[in-house]
Design a protein around this ligand. Structure first.
Ligand SMILES: Cc1cc2nc3c(=O)[nH]c(=O)nc-3n(C[C@H](O)[C@H](O)[C@H](O)COP(=O)(O)OP(=O)(O)OC[C@H]3O[C@@H](n4cnc5c(N)ncnc54)[C@H](O)[C@@H]3O)c2cc1C
Length: 339
């Protein structure tokens, strides 16, 4: 069993930066995430949106921030264990053994939980054709705008993502937005922009409409929608159905690890060292709860550096917690894996 000094659970921005700092301490690190690629919410939910509140970047696309984090971490040769969810935790002879959804067990000297809002999945509509055409014209996120160029796109939803992408795709695609209520939950300024775009004939907005069925022949061709007030049905010719109805998240198995919790979605950190109620287990990012917490990426980075340095000193008590200044290094080191 390949052992690493520290294991990070969650490859979102907090987890990636925590792993980087473990590397800076010349220690080995594994990152576990059930998603197929690193990036957490940024890659799964808004890769093509600009973020404006990352220190040093006046604006940066979410996917570019993730790529930069991966690049910064790369010299330390982290072990990515993707497509696996951390499920079980045992303490064995002073080590932690983490077993994942794939049945693999990984040994480690300390654990950093950076599981964000938990393992999340998009909220489904549940209509006929939805499952059948997922990946064949049914989407739950816009990962690449270019994919929709010249297409007839039906967007389903009434929140920020639905409104943002109605505006975001209108110049490259023929967009229809349906929402089951008259009122939108999205930011008022965006809703106003959307209404202006509809009045100018740039997009079509239909309320109170719901999706009834998706039809096709190997790929999406039609969507049946209905007015939930009059029950009148309409068949739209479409090439893509983008369902942006929010997502469900749950901490799942991590909530059973005997850690002190705040509600059932957040892990309590006991003090500013980011330690949890179980020695050797630290938390950072959205999942970590303490008085005054704000769920922001910039804060997650700070928490990640603290959690990583305390985790490093826990796994290797001969190490000082304080890493010193990175600028005092001549180059970044390449640690050897411990077995
Ligand atoms: C549309 C949108 C726009 C946003 N805009 C901004 C913004 O402009 N500025 C800002 O600061 N914040 C923004 N946020 C919030 C920001 O994305 C989060 O604060 C950030 O993603 C939290 O990072 P994280 O690493 O803690 O968690 P996440 O990004 O949620 O990553 C956590 C990872 O942990 C994994 N995980 C969960 N459970 C397990 C498990 N059991 N085993 C292994 N892995 C697990 C998940 O799959 C996920 O990949 C936005 C959020 C959304 C939805």
């Amino acid at each position: 069993m390949l052992r690493t000094d520290v294991t990070v659970i969650g490859a979102g921005p907090a987890g990636l930066f925590a792993a980087f700092y473990v590397g800076m301490r010349d220690l080995t690190v594994r990152i576990i995430d059930p998603l197929p690629e690193p990036g957490g919410q940024l890659m799964a939910l808004y890769p093509e949106k600009y973020i404006y509140d990352i220190a040093g970047f006046p604006k940066i696309l979410a996917k570019d921030l993730v790529n930069n984090l991966i690049e910064q971490l790369e010299p330390f040769k982290p072990i990515y264990t993707l497509g696996e969810r951390a499920e079980k935790l045992e303490e064995v002879n002073g080590d932690f053994h983490i077993t994942t959804s794939s049945g693999h067990t990984y040994a480690t000297g300390a654990v950093i939980i950076a599981a964000g809002v938990g393992a999340f999945e998009p909220r489904k509509v549940g209509c006929p054709g939805e499952a059948e055409f997922t990946g064949k014209g049914v989407y739950y996120a816009v990962k690449s705008k270019a994919e929709f160029t010249g297409k007839r796109v039906l967007i389903v939803g009434g929140g920020d993502s639905a409104a943002d992408w109605t505006l975001g795709l209108k110049d490259i695609a023929e967009v229809t937005l349906i929402h089951r209520r008259e009122q939108f939950r999205a930011h008022a300024a965006t809703v106003n922009q959307m209404i202006e775009a509809a009045e100018a004939g740039e997009v079509r907005i239909l309320t109170p409409y719901e999706l009834k069925e998706i039809r096709g022949d190997g790929h999406v061709r039609e969507a049946v929608i209905f007015n939930n007030a009059t029950k009148e049905e309409t068949v739209l010719g479409v090439d893509a159905v983008v369902i942006l109805a929010g997502y469900l998240s749950k901490l799942g198995p991590l909530a059973t690890w005997g850690l002190e919790m705040e509600g059932n979605k957040k892990i309590k950190v006991l003090d500013s060292t980011m330690r949890t109620s179980r020695p050797g287990i630290f938390a950072c990012g959205d999942v970590a709860s303490y008085n005054g917490k704000l769920p922001l990426i910039c804060l997650g980075f700070g928490e990640a550096s603290i959690a990583a340095n305390y985790a490093a000193a826990y796994a290797h008590p001969e190490l000082k917690v304080n890493p010193g200044h990175s600028s005092e290094r001549d180059e970044v080191p390449t640690p050897a894996a411990t077995h």
